[in-house]
Design a protein around this ligand. Structure first.
Ligand SMILES: [Zn+2]
Length: 111
């Protein structure tokens, strides 16, 4: 029984460590996506795809500040004025981000 508990705790610690690594990888992939966007937007899209896969595999959600940087529908990396349009809906207190690649728009409440 005690041995079992120990193993469980160890597995938990391992999962935590993997999640930490996954978060770091996601961060790196997003900054690469940003860095390469101007020369190769498709490569950025690919980085986003990998980052999302890493998140899913390791049960790590993409942080909000990064979630606003890609289109949930087509996966494009969103750069305001280039691949996305940002609009403020002051009535509903939303930021509306529209993907100019596929036209999909998302609302984010702002504080
Ligand atoms: Zn899109």
């Amino acid at each position: 029984m005690a041995k079992n508990m120990n193993r469980k705790r160890k597995a938990n610690a391992m999962a935590k460590m993997h999640q930490k690594i996954a978060r770091e990888r996601i961060d790196i992939l997003f900054s690469e996506a940003e860095r390469r966007y101007h020369e190769n937007p498709d490569l950025s899209k690919r980085y986003i795809h990998i980052a999302r896969k890493v998140g899913m595999k390791c049960n790590v959600s993409i942080p909000r500040r990064l979630k606003m940087r890609f289109c949930k529908k087509c996966g494009a990396y969103l750069v305001p004025g280039s691949s996305s349009r940002v609009r403020i809906d002051s009535q509903k207190k939303n930021v509306v981000i529209t993907c100019l690649r596929c036209g999909f728009s998302r609302r984010y409440p702002y504080k």
